[in-house]
Structures are given as C-alpha cells and as structure tokens.
Design a protein around this ligand. Structure first.
Ligand code: SF4
Length: 465
C-alpha cells in the first residue's frame, strides 16, 4: 500500500490508537522558550513531576529578550526580566539544556532547532509556539502545542493527537528571480484563504519546491500555520541530508550512516493518495505583499488595494473595511504608491543566513530612504556571527539598517520592541494581525528582497524596480 510522507512519519511514531480516534504519538524532542516554557516547567514542578528525558528537552531565550546591542536580562516589557529569570532557574532545576543570552547557540527557537540538529528529518518535535511547523522544511513532523501539552510531552515523551487529513500543494513551474518562498506561501494563502489547509498535514511538493534551498523550504513550512494547517512538510532529498548531517546534535560516527538511510526513505510514495490536492503555477507568482490584517489579505506587488464595496459576503465586507481602517488605506490605491515608515528583516520566517545574503546583495552600495527606520535582527547568534564573518553586517549598517542581537524582536510585541503606533512597516515576519508588532503598528508582510527594495525606495516596491 502506498503512503504519504506524513503517514510514514505518523506510523513510525504511533504508540497506540484509542477508541476515540486519537493516537498516542511518541515525541522525540521538546523545545521551550522563555515566554511559555517557563510556565510549562513550573507547571510540572508544581505537580511534582519531572522531565522524563532531560537530554531530549531544550530551551532558548528568544521571545521577550532585548535585541539591542549590549543587552542584559532587562527588556522593554517590565515583566520580561521575571520570565527570563524564572526560565533560567526552572531549566537548571529540570536539568535541560538552555541556550541562554550569553550562549553562542542562542536564537529563535525554530531557527536554532534545525541549525543545531535538535530537529532532524523524520523526528517529532513539539514546542509551545505556533510556528513549530517550520521544521517540516527538513522533513520533521513538528507542530505547535500549548503549555499543558508541553508538560505532558516532557513528563511522558508522548502526546495524544487526532490524526489530521493530508493535503498536497504542488508548486509547478519555476519562480522568477525576484520571487521567493515567502511569495509562494503568501500567494497560496491569498488564493485559498487563511483556512485553506484547515487541520491538514500539508506537504509542499513539485519542481519549484525541489529547487528551493532548505532554508527556503523552512520559510514555506513556517507559514503553514497561517494556512491553518496542522503542519507543513517537504520530502527529504540530498539537500536535506547535507543540511542535517554534521550539526551539533545530529547523529555521529557509526549512527549517521543508518540515519541517512532512514532519512532517504522520507518521501511520499509515487502513487500515494492525499485527501486533497492543490496545484499552483509558479510562473504566475509575482512578489507578493499583504495590504490588510490577515496573511490572506495578500496581493501581487502590481495590484491595487481591493474595495469592500464589491464584496457581497457581509462578514468579508466587514473584515475588509476594518482592515482598511486599521491599515489607514484607501481602496483602489496601487500597492506601489504606499509610503512606508519602517522596514524589518527578522523572525523565524526570514532571518537565516540565506535571507541575509540575498538582502545584503541587493543593499550593497545602496541607502535606505531618509524617512525609513530599518532594522535587521538575525535569527540566531550563529547566523549573526556567520553574517559578520562575511561582512554582511557592514553592508546593512552602511545602507542605514540597525544591526541587532538575535531574538524574535519586532515579530511580536511580547518583549515590548516596536516601531510604534501608526507606523507602517514592511516586514519579513509571518503575522500582520492588529497590534502584532505593537499597538497601532501597521504591518505589510513581504519577502526579504521586497523589504530591502522598499526600504531603499521609501515605498512598497519589488527588487526588480
Ligand atoms: S519570530 Fe515571531 S513567529 Fe517566530 S517564534 Fe518568534 S514570535 Fe513566534
């Protein structure tokens, strides 16, 4: 019988099937961060339980931490320091590995997890954070959970989960040079809606996906949750194997050959049947940006802001009107005439070394517009060091970008970092909800290339202009 990649991963990890249709799934790795991780660790302690296998549980400081150079435990949010201290103390008591502020391996959880080989092809990884699906880019079965599930996973190495349906998204054709994985996923969500993959394990496949680097595949899978998918996945190939071998925690010596043999089997069988399939022609995708307050409010760069007047569905009409109001935009405005105040490169979507290289290649010899505040936050301390070794930091700062320490920063207001109310930001992040980047901040999601091009122009534009 043929099986999809997801079905293979599920089968390998299924410990038991209950009468109510839920499965007990073996969890290989739990990754925590200081915002919700400290709550989960304290919850375990209060119940008198311990971490079953401390070697398989990791924690980082990313969500709340300050990203300004010379940072300390203090953050822009007064309560931030308490979360950081509590996490540090709980991690020490639980005897789990913590990538603290002074660690060379610190960074955003979904960036460092594959970077360090904690997430590996075929492994199950959970984290109390929605964008854990990022790890599907290396063929890991990974999904976001709540704090109490994290407690359960740490105490038992298992979780009860209802098996999701399967969906394959086939990206046919080829991408134009200024079109990236970020544009692919925004385009998909704009075509099928932010609930288009509701509850599904969504495999991204097709020639355009095979051409993507591993980091770009992670960008694609990162936003699977914005498509309401249970998770995103990409089949393992030789690029994945090269990426995941020789990482800090990847199998060593005699174990690596067996691991690679196993990794090579992690793809859907040729005639595997999915519950649903979607096909997208990549030749049609242009640089894509959001205009509203949902990732599905996305349009090609050469489009115009839509008008709710033409919408019949009352709920959509109301949500578009509210989005236009929050974003302070008028219908029929060309996207490229929107003036920006700020530009942000960072987050677990687009802050890896490949993103920074692409952005720096565009920025070399150029200047950020005088009215734009531009910030670049590398996804991990290792990414930052690599970028500095290549001189990319100098390209960013010479162009007028701030160059920061690693963390979630202005992806999310949890740490209090923000561009401020009413500021219009072109951003490589993954969410554009009201207040996501701070109260009143207006977010336009885009690729790193579109962000740097817009930062230089002062108006939203693509790197082709
Ligand atoms: S970068 Fe943003 S989306 Fe990613 S883990 Fe941090 S807060 Fe969540």
């Amino acid at each position: 019988m043929t099986r999809t990649l997801f079905e293979k991963l599920w089968e390998i990890h299924e410990v038991a099937l209950f009468d109510n249709g839920e499965s007990l799934i073996r969890i290989d790795r739990v990754f925590l961060h200081e915002r919700t991780g400290s709550i989960a660790l304290q919850g375990l302690e209060e119940k008198g339980r311990s971490v079953a296998n401390p070697k398989h549980v990791f924690c980082t400081m990313d969500h709340i931490v300050d990203t300004k150079p010379g940072r300390s435990d203090s953050t822009q949010m007064p309560s931030g320091k308490d979360f950081i201290t509590a996490t540090r103390n709980s991690a020490r008591r639980a005897d789990i590995e913590l990538f603290d502020l002074d660690s060379q391996f610190q960074g955003i959880v979904h960036v460092i997890s594959p970077e360090l080989g904690i997430a590996l092809p075929g492994s199950t990884v959970v984290c109390p954070d929605s964008h854990t699906c990022t790890l599907g880019g290396i063929g890991a079965l990974a999904w976001g959970i709540g704090s109490s599930e994290a407690e359960h996973a740490m105490a038992t190495n298992t979780l009860r989960v209802k098996k999701p349906k399967t969906l394959r998204v086939n990206f046919e054709g080829a991408l134009a040079p200024s079109v990236t994985a970020k544009d692919m996923i925004l385009h998909l969500i704009s075509c099928f809606g932010s609930d288009g993959g509701a509850g599904c394990a969504c495999e991204f496949a097709g020639p355009a996906v095979r051409e993507l680097s591993i980091e770009e595949r992670m960008t694609l899978c990162n936003m699977a949750v914005e498509f309401s998918a249970f998770t995103g996945l990409v089949a393992v190939d030789e690029k994945t194997i090269e990426y995941s071998s020789n990482r800090k925690f990847s199998p060593k010596a005699h174990l690596i050959a067996a691991a690679i043999d196993h990794w090579r089997s992690l793809k859907s069988d040729e005639n595997a049947v999915f519950d649903n399939e979607i096909t997208i022609c990549c030749n049609d995708i242009k640089p894509t940006v959001t205009w509203g307050t949902s990732p599905q409010h996305a349009l090609s760069i050469d489009a115009f802001i839509p008008s709710p007047l033409h919408i019949e569905n009352a709920e959509t009409k109301e949500s578009w009107s509210r989005a236009l109001d929050y974003m302070d935009l008028m219908p029929e405005t060309p996207i490229t005439s929107i003036k920006i105040d700020c530009a942000f490169i960072g987050s677990c979507t687009n802050s890896r070394i490949g993103d920074l290289r692409k952005a720096a290649a565009f920025l070399r010899g150029k200047k950020v517009s005088p009215w734009v505040k531009a910030v670049c936050v590398p996804g991990s301390t290792q990414v930052k060091k690599e970028a500095e070794k290549e001189g990319l930091d100098e390209v960013f700062t010479a162009a007028g970008f701030e160059w920061r320490e690693s963390g979630c920063s202005m992806c999310f207001y949890a740490g209090g970092e923000t561009f401020g109310p009413n500021k219009r930001v072109i951003s490589t992040t993954n969410r554009n909800f009201e207040g996501r980047q701070g109260p009143g901040t207006r977010t336009h999601l885009a690729s790193p290339l579109t962000v740097v091009a817009s930062a230089c122009s002062g108006y939203i534009c693509s790197a082709e202009n």
